[in-house]
Design a binder for this molecule. Structure first.
Ligand SMILES: *[C@@H]1O[C@H](CO)[C@@H](O)[C@H](O)[C@H]1NC(C)=O
Ligand SMILES: *[C@@H]1O[C@H](CO)[C@@H](O)[C@H](O)[C@H]1NC(C)=O
Length: 611
């Protein structure tokens, strides 16, 4: 059949043909119905062409005019949702539905069509076009319906019925400004395919001006650098600055509560507690603070685009510097020292064997000759055999390279303090013997770590110790973890920027550093009550603030503000006598040995002067 050629029919319930109304004697369609069909086709081929359209026809309409008539000659691909029951929630899960549709086209009749007044929960289109297929049109009432109230942009087509010449009836296009002081529908003119040619001609931006609407914002004031309360009582932070920018652009005012709440999690019965609970119940319009976009939150809330990316950081104490006297050993690693020792023995034997004809050269003398060049001493006895000359020459060259590399490395170690290498990855953190410390304020991290199937994360979870929240302390208990880090028993887990600020405030001089890798890196966003129609305006505004670099600029400002002018101050210690312990020790030992050798020689060999 031509009619359904390009129409995908999703039949929800197949009972439609059994209904008594669809009888053997259908009522004749009203004479204006061809007009409705024509307008529908013109809308689909004109301004809606190129968009994914989902068409829903109210069952009241199907009684008075035939679907076939409405759909005759449709050419653009359209999904027809054919339903005759209010309980579509029982038949559908969101996953089964064609979600790519951005336009919902609803054909309704008279009364309060359930599609508008109790829309199924999964229905959240970007724009809705309502065609009223009835002689009377209560535009004002339709605009009050939940579906149209919750949709960013809506338009309504109302019939101007001409009783004498119904075939010349026309349709007028209406929209509304939901935040305006005057809630009357706005007429955009009479439907003509050549006056409404583009999408923007029908669907206007209804939320260009919030007209001074008051937005209730719930937040937690202890969340630097996102939300903080200054010493003088003002609320500041990245989120607050974003909100201020949005409010002057969209013309709304906002009310930030000054209480401190929990973040909130989903309970067994599906409702949320904490700040997210306030937003879910509609007691607040949105929540700012450290909220990452998670699957669970995305199901129950609307959210903005992300304005910042941050995860949980780990603060560690610097490994202790190596003892100074050992500095003479640092230039080479253990393996190199062992290799040098091995080569010395090898060369000693080699030199002894190539000179085996020379009876005056014992193994001990051979060893001393090999060692001589280490001490930068020339060879006193030039060997006669050419093989042994070559060997000695090569050895001199090798020791020269070793001497130079050793001296250079030693100088480097003396001028730059030698630390054990810092940790950079989570894998190294899992292998580290120190435990982890975190404040227990209901964050998902402890549980996520403990139940993780990833080996590294599970190891971290097993090492995590929680400390209780204590609101009498300035940082509500973070202090306890900070103490443990300074004592060297634990590493501290907390949101990355906040962690750095806490340590700067509490122990500005501590030798600590943050792990380069972050845990559960996430995208921070604002969360709104589900089906808030104007979140797209926040998306546009916040994307602009991010792309212009303002959010990053504010971040830098807020992070350095707290730094008390210590930016760039070097932590390098001054080179002191104690750093030279090793070389002096070696000098003393060498001098002692030389003196001992001299004395032994004097005692064993009678002085030539005595004869
Ligand atoms: C903001 O909204 C108020 C209240 O409706 C209105 O009086 C004012 O003109 C608006 N300001 C701008 C700049 O549109
Ligand atoms: C869910 O449970 C909490 C407490 O356990 C209760 O306060 C809340 O009202 C419940 N919500 C619903 C929708 O039943």
């Amino acid at each position: 059949m031509l009619v359904y050629q390009s129409v995908l029919v999703v039949s929800v319930v197949q009972v439609v043909m059994c209904r008594a109304d669809v009888s053997l004697w259908p009522r004749p369609s009203p004479s204006w119905t061809p007009v409705a069909g024509r307008v529908l086709r013109e809308a689909l081929t004109g301004p809606l062409s190129g968009h994914q359209v989902m068409l829903m026809v109210d069952d009241g309409v199907q009684r008075s005019l035939s679907l076939d008539l409405l759909l005759t000659g449709l050419t653009s691909p359209t999904v027809l949702l054919h339903t005759t029951t209010h309980n579509t929630d029982n038949h559908f899960t969101t996953q089964q539905l064609p979600t790519a549709q951005d336009v919902l086209l609803v054909v309704v009749g008279t009364g309060s069509p359930w599609l508008l007044w109790s829309p199924p929960g999964w229905l959240s289109p970007r724009v809705v076009l309502v065609l009223v297929a009835a002689q009377t049109c209560s535009a004002r009432k339709h605009f009050q319906s939940p579906l149209l109230q919750n949709t960013p942009s809506v338009a309504l087509l109302c019939l101007n019925h001409k009783p004498q010449t119904p075939e010349y009836s026309t349709y007028s296009v209406m929209t509304h400004l939901p935040l305006s002081a005057n809630p009357e529908p706005v007429s955009l003119g009479t439907w003509q395919p050549d006056t409404f040619t583009t999408f923007e001609d029908i669907f206007h931006d209804q939320y260009q001006d919030f007209e001074g609407k008051v937005l209730l914002v719930t937040n937690n004031l202890d969340d630097a650098p996102l939300v903080i309360q200054n010493d003088n009582g003002n609320v500041d932070g990245i989120c607050v600055r974003i909100l201020a920018g949005m409010s002057s652009w969209l013309n709304f005012t906002y009310f930030i509560n000054s209480a401190t709440f929990d973040w909130g999690e989903r309970l067994e019965n599906g409702s949320w507690n904490g700040m997210l609970g306030q937003v879910q119940r509609g007691e607040a319009h949105l929540v700012i603070n450290y909220f990452t976009i998670t699957h669970e939150r995305a199901q129950d809330f609307d959210y903005s685009v992300s304005y910042f990316t941050e995860g949980f950081g780990v603060m560690l104490r610097d490994p202790p510097p190596l003892p100074h006297w050992q500095s003479i050993l640092y230039p080479y690693t253990g393996v190199v020292w062992a290799a040098v020792g091995g080569v010395v023995i090898l060369v000693t034997f080699a030199y002894y064997f190539v000179n085996i004809s020379d009876l005056s050269l014992s193994l001990v003398v051979s060893f001393l000759i090999v060692l001589q060049s280490f001490m930068n001493q020339s060879v006193s006895q030039e060997p006669r055999v050419w093989v042994s000359r070559g060997l000695l020459g090569l050895w001199l060259l090798a020791t020269w390279v070793l001497r130079v590399s050793y001296t250079s490395n030693l100088m480097a170690f003396l001028t730059v303090p030698a630390f054990q290498p810092r940790l950079t990855t989570l894998e190294q953190l899992a292998d580290n013997e120190r435990r982890l410390c975190m404040q227990d304020y209901g964050e998902f991290v402890p549980e996520a770590l403990a139940t993780s199937s990833d080996k590294i994360l599970a190891t971290l979870g097993a090492k995590l110790d929680l400390v209780p929240t204590d609101s009498s302390l300035e940082f509500t208990g973070e202090e306890r973890c900070v103490e443990k880090v300074v004592a060297g028993t634990h590493n501290h887990v907390e949101t990355y920027s906040y962690l750095r600020l806490v340590f700067r405030a509490l122990v500005p001089d501590a030798n600590v550093y943050t792990l380069r890798e972050q845990l559960y890196l996430g995208n921070l966003a604002f969360f709104f009550t589900k089906n808030t129609p104007w979140t797209y305006k926040f998306d546009v505004g916040m994307r602009r603030l991010v792309e212009a670099g303002l959010v990053w600029q504010w971040y830098s400002e807020l992070m350095e503000d707290k730094h008390n002018g210590k930016v760039g101050e070097s932590r390098l210690p001054v080179l002191s006598l104690s750093h030279l312990q090793g070389p002096f020790l070696m000098l003393a030992v060498g001098g002692g040995l030389a003196t001992l050798a001299l004395l032994t020689e004097r005692l064993l060999q009678p002085s030539p002067l005595t004869h």
